[in-house]
Design a protein around this ligand. Structure first.
Ligand code: SF4
Length: 295
């Protein structure tokens, strides 16, 4: 077996900075993070062990200092936090801020706001909450349901694959040929790099392993993208999820990871896979067991 790493994988600067900020604040005073700082259980456990409290519900935040997550927050929500007397530490990624500014500017220009993204995802909630009536689309069916408008202003959730964004944009323009459709590309560069690298990787591999949190949107998108080009794709959260029965002795295995996956988790997965590559008999044995069980 052979192991190949994606050219771009794992934590982005936005996630690294948010974690560093939360750790630094926790070292000085009691702090509550409002929601999941990043969608990765390893990172969240580490923060808990440093005394950081994690609360989705603002009413349950008992510390004076509250951290807003890298996914960004609406102005409405921010005002609620301040009104309760909390001191805000803002860990919003600068590239999420760019998406907020782009949408606000389109609305200021009188366009009807549309976000290409996943309804209910924390970043999309943060983007849309300040604009009542804002539409959220993620499929052609969603576009088909839109009310006709003379002018649409469109941005994207930062972690959407660019190909999907362009497909939906084309569909929107096709459905409303007489409308003015203005698009601001707010897919972040780290997401684009990881998506492109995952596609290249999947083309070359028999099996792809994607490491990332169960609730991580960008990890799920890496799984989807890899699945277009490779039949065997496994989404794991850490090295203990790996199963040798997934691999055959002649396989080329590709490895990629979402933007919230810590380096040490990637390294642990890589070490385990490398061991199996060096000693393929281990995998042979597991495959024999699998095929015997299946027979
Ligand atoms: S995925 Fe992109 S937008 Fe999200 S934290 Fe990372 S760099 Fe920022």
């Amino acid at each position: 077996m052979k192991l190949i790493r994606a050219q771009h994988l794992g934590q982005c600067f936005g996630v690294r900075d948010a974690i560093a900020l939360a750790r630094a604040v926790a070292a000085q005073r009691p702090v509550t993070v409002l929601g999941e700082l990043v969608h990765n259980e390893t990172v969240l456990s580490d923060l808990r062990s440093r005394g950081v409290r994690l609360e989705r519900d603002l009413a349950k935040a008992m510390t004076e200092t509250v951290v807003l997550t890298a996914h960004g927050t609406s102005e409405r929500r921010r005002a609620e936090v301040s009104a309760r007397g909390h001191q805000i530490v803002d860990a919003t990624c600068p590239l999420v801020r760019v998406a907020h500014q782009a949408l606000a500017e389109l609305v200021r220009q009188g366009l009807h706001p549309v976000v290409i993204g996943q309804r209910g995802h924390v970043e999309v909630c943060g983007l849309t909450e300040d604009f009542p009536g804002c539409d959220i689309v993620l499929s052609e069916a969603d576009v088909a349901r839109l009310t006709p408008r003379s002018r649409f202003g469109v941005v994207s959730q930062t972690t959407q694959p660019l190909t999907r964004v362009h497909e939906l944009l084309a569909r929107l323009r096709q459905r409303f040929p007489n409308s003015d459709v203005v698009f601001r590309n707010t897919v972040c560069q780290p997401t684009q790099q990881r998506q492109t690298a995952a596609e290249q990787l999947a083309h070359r591999c028999d099996v792809v392993v994607v490491i990332g949190g169960a609730h991580s949107n960008n990890t799920r998108e890496l799984v989807n993208t890899s699945g277009y080009f490779c039949d065997r794709v496994y989404h794991i959260q850490n090295a203990t999820d790996l199963d040798p029965r997934w691999f055959l002795p002649d396989d080329t295995i590709g490895l990629t990871a979402g933007t919230s996956t810590p380096d040490e988790v990637i390294q642990a997965v890589e070490r385990r896979l490398q061991k199996w590559c060096d000693v393929p008999e281990h995998v042979d044995e597991a495959c024999v067991q699998l095929h015997t069980a299946a027979a």
